[in-house]
Design a binder for this molecule. Structure first.
Ligand code: PLP
Length: 449
């Protein structure tokens, strides 16, 4: 019997049509397709910490799994807001590392930091509400904002990829009802880290803005402080407890405590502990907002995965502080070595147009590839050439801008959360492509230009 042709045309929502595939995951897919085809790949694309889950977490989780009660606990729904032992560990982490007090009702456990961000925008954005973010910034912020009806507004950053109080003031004068400002320090994709003083300067602008908004009875400006890379900070001047392995970068509340009612902190175990696959994040902020985010999560996904929450509770447990601190210290040292290696390999190469200005945190290097990108027609084409012709997976800088044509310099984002050997091999291949795109003479002209 002939099969009937069935029209499966599906009427998609405008929201989903406007949503792009995550550019970072798209590069990961391209790299894995190459691998499947038996071709070599060097992945500088993902935000995946180089080291796996720390040993103390693996060992204690394994021991827990031999316990019948643990299995019983894993077999049932968890509370929507998170397992009590994990929430307790998160609350103690805030007190110990950040010096911030959060009660049980001010904390929500989520399926990754991404869900915390999506919950917050789902809970607060009406159509056309504006969300301010620096440019370049992480790929997901603008898309999640748009999905929930909001409008992302990019702010130009200075040479260190940071916004200044003046930029913020100017932006607020043009966007008087903006609902959120997203701050992500250390940053993905730039690795820039704000100092306590810089954050205090921004806080001052926000406090003045909100004082005026209260008078005008306008909605307040909230800050989303995405602290997911807080443990990856490599300049003692930028940490809250110099010399302490548990030292972290400052966030806006640590810099100015008056910001607490206006700030939602987003964090998770993914980057700090090499636990991206567990999918556990958390948010801390005003009780009313956390409750609304919980209500949304209760309808959409319920509580996060039980086994992953148990693993995260082990990672963050106060009694594991010593093992955790050792992990942080080792991790920090490894990233400093890798960042310095990238700096040397990129900047000390003879006759190159590429350059790298090392930043103080995270594990990303924004490689300035302006001359190359201009020659081939943009960073997306350059990134495609890197993967297709050299097998090096990098993310196009254009993907981190809302309007990419507005940037002066052009970048490829290189994640140095990988081995030193891979960094050496991959950067050599990038330089090989550079020589093919810009032969010797042209490279000198491009350098001067
Ligand atoms: N925020 C930033 C800046 C990130 O880079 C990422 C992940 O890449 C996240 C949040 C989300 O992390 P998670 O894996 O916990 O969802």
């Amino acid at each position: 019997m002939l099969q009937e042709a069935i029209d499966y045309t599906i009427q998609l929502s405008k929201k989903i049509i406007g949503l792009r595939e995550s550019p970072t995951f798209a590069v990961v897919k391209a790299a894995s397709n190459r691998k499947k085809a038996g071709l070599p790949v060097i992945a500088f694309s993902v935000g995946q910490p180089a080291e796996p889950t720390p040993e103390y977490v693996r060992e204690q989780l394994q021991a827990m799994l031999s316990d019948k009660d643990a299995w019983a606990k894993m077999s049932v729904y968890t509370p929507v807001d998170g397992l009590p032992e994990l929430k307790d560990a998160i609350s103690k982490k805030f007190a110990d590392e950040n010096g911030l007090e959060y009660t049980d009702k001010q904390i929500l456990v989520t399926a990754g930091g991404k869900q915390a961000i999506a919950n917050a925008f789902a809970a607060t954005l009406n159509n056309d509400d504006e969300v301010l973010m620096s440019e370049p910034s992480w790929v997901s912020y603008p898309d999640i904002v748009k999905f929930h009806g909001g409008i992302p507004v990019g702010m130009r950053t200075n040479d260190e990829f940071k916004i200044t109080p003046n930029t913020l003031k100017l932006t607020l004068s043009l966007h008087q009802n903006a609902k959120w400002l997203v701050l992500n320090s250390p940053s993905n994709p730039t690795s820039a880290v704000y100092s306590k003083e810089e954050l205090a300067g921004l806080a001052q602008v926000i406090l003045e803005e909100n004082a005026q908004r209260k008078k005008d009875k306008r909605p307040l400006l909230m800050v989303m402080s995405d602290d997911i890379y807080e443990h990856m900070v490599y300049d003692e001047k930028l940490v809250n407890k110099p010399g302490d392995p548990a030292a972290i970068s400052h966030n806006i509340i640590m810099a100015e405590p008056k910001m607490k009612p206006y700030t939602l902190i987003v964090n998770g175990v993914a980057k700090a502990f090499g636990m991206t696959g567990y999918r556990i994040g958390y948010a801390a902020g005003p009780e009313m907002l956390i409750k609304k985010m919980e209500n949304y999560q209760g309808m959409e996904t319920s509580g996060a995965s039980a086994i992953s929450q148990m693993a995260s509770a082990i990672a963050l447990a106060p009694e594991n502080k010593k093992a955790r601190d050792t992990h942080f210290a080792t991790q920090r040292a490894a990233y400093i070595t890798r960042r310095n290696l990238v700096e040397k390999l990129i900047n000390e190469a003879p006759n190159t147009t590429m350059s790298f200005n090392p930043m103080a945190g995270a594990f990303y290097a924004m490689i300035d590839v302006t001359a190359l990108a201009d020659k081939v027609g943009g960073t997306k084409i350059l990134a495609e050439k890197m993967i297709n012709e050299k097998g090096v997976a990098l993310v196009a800088g254009d993907d981190f801008y809302i309007e990419s044509d507005k940037q002066n310099k052009k970048y490829l984002r290189l994640s140095y959360a990988t081995s030193e050997k891979k960094l050496e091999e991959g950067i050599k291949l990038m330089q090989e492509l550079e020589r093919e795109i810009l032969p010797d003479g042209q490279r000198k002209v491009a350098e001067r230009g």
